[in-house]
Design a protein. Structure first.
Length: 408
């Protein structure tokens, strides 16, 4: 009996350790991914709480340009390199270096545009912010692949601590110039830390520029453009119809719901290289679990969003706005496995096409509803309908290895 009990205990301990090993990367990646929007939410709260929504709305103009700049100079590198690392794990540093060099001219283009859009007082600070953003984003596929989430969490906390210190030590009334300066410094600090952690990636045995990589990663860039505009087009349009104060308020609301949309990817990202090696049957099984877990989890997230907006930002969402917010987040749990499977099968064009269709729905509906003065409810409805359309389009694409073999 003792022998059996001993064996049972050993098996139990082994299974428990195995479960912890599997769950630990998900937990750390979840904390890492949550930190970014949480930091931004706290940053916006401090600005709105101690200054004004108008000041935050003025800062949003820089954010919108930064979003576009990162979209351009990233050039789909995150998804392209994630797949490339899985295919060539022994050439990880070399692959990263070549793609890094290929994207450098794109950074220079975005920097050259800055003087045409922003005041002289902020140009230098904003250029530093953009350069730091280029370095920070370059390491996303690296630490995701290597699962260095603990290092990332510490780096984010360090960077945010500097930002909070700079904000709280300012006794005078802040200006947009101050906000850009403070945020740029926090991003530069983060870039320096990443450069030290991954110093080996900057040890080039030879400088190799290969513009063909931009062509190879073009589908991922176009998907990034479509996905970015699908999630941000309502925010850009909102800026045309409303003043800085209301724009700042909607940016906060939109940020919460866009984050809820990304949770499905957060849960799976640590195991992306494993998913790329799965058979269709396993992917379908995982998809079913994501759908039901996502329904419950997203409902909880929407409740937390309502509570956070009400308590910290004094923003009260209606029942219809909350319902629209739910359908901004939940469809991603339904179709996320379809996206990864299509990537696995090198069917990026299908993902791009669906993203473009979803973008068109979001753009047209947002424009119409904003023209009718429906306001925040209108753009939330537009975003949710676009997500539902994307969900149904992805569901028409079967997860079936035999189907792709026939096509090939």
């Amino acid at each position: 009996m003792e022998g059996r009990n001993g064996d049972s205990n050993a098996v139990y301990k082994h299974d428990r350790k195995k479960m912890v090993r599997r769950f630990y990367p998900i937990l750390l990646n979840g904390i890492r991914t949550i930190l970014t929007p949480v930091i931004f939410i706290v940053f916006s709260y401090l600005v709105v709480r101690f200054h004004s929504k108008s000041l935050w709305g003025g800062f949003v103009d820089y954010l919108l340009f930064f979003y576009l700049a990162t979209l351009i100079y990233n050039w789909g590198s995150k998804d392209f390199l994630s797949r490339a690392f899985s295919e060539k794990p022994k050439e990880l540093i070399h692959v990263w270096q070549v793609h890094f060099m290929a994207r450098l001219p794109l950074l220079l283009v975005t920097l050259a545009i800055v003087p045409f859009f922003f005041e002289t007082e902020t140009q230098l600070y904003f250029i530093l912010w953009l350069i730091a953003g280029f370095i920070n984003n370059a390491f996303i596929p690296v630490y995701t692949y290597k699962r260095d989430f603990g290092k990332v969490i510490l780096t984010e906390i360090l960077s945010f601590s500097l930002l909070v210190f700079l904000l709280l030590r300012s006794v005078q009334e802040l200006t947009v110039v101050d906000l850009v300066y403070y945020y740029a410094l926090s991003q530069v600090l983060k870039a320096v830390v990443y450069a030290l952690i991954y110093a080996s990636y900057f040890r080039f045995s030879k400088v190799q520029y290969d513009a063909r990589l931009l062509l190879l990663s073009l589908p991922f860039f176009l998907m990034g453009c479509a996905g970015f505009m699908q999630s941000k087009v309502d925010l850009y349009l909102f800026g045309f119809f409303h003043n800085d104060a209301l724009l700042g308020e909607y940016q906060i609301i939109s940020g919460f719901f866009i984050f809820s949309q990304s949770i499905a990817t957060i849960l799976l990202l640590p195991y992306l290289k494993n998913i790329y090696r799965m058979k269709a049957l396993s992917i379908r099984s995982l998809k079913q679990r994501m759908i039901w877990v996502g329904f419950v989890l997203n409902a909880i997230v929407v409740a937390v969003i309502y509570w956070a907006l009400s308590l910290f930002f004094k923003i009260e969402l209606s029942s219809l706005e909350l319902l629209a917010g739910f359908f901004i987040g939940w469809p991603s749990y339904v179709y996320v496995m379809h996206i990864f499977y299509l990537f696995k099968q090198k069917a990026e064009r299908t993902v791009l096409l669906i993203s473009l269709v979803s973008l068109c729905f979001n753009f047209i509906l947002s424009l119409v509803l904003l023209s009718l003065d429906v306001g925040i409810l209108g753009v939330l409805i537009a975003n949710s309908i676009a997500q539902i359309v994307a969900m149904f389009l992805y569901l028409t694409k079967k997860i079936d290895d035999d189907l792709f073999k026939k096509v090939k």
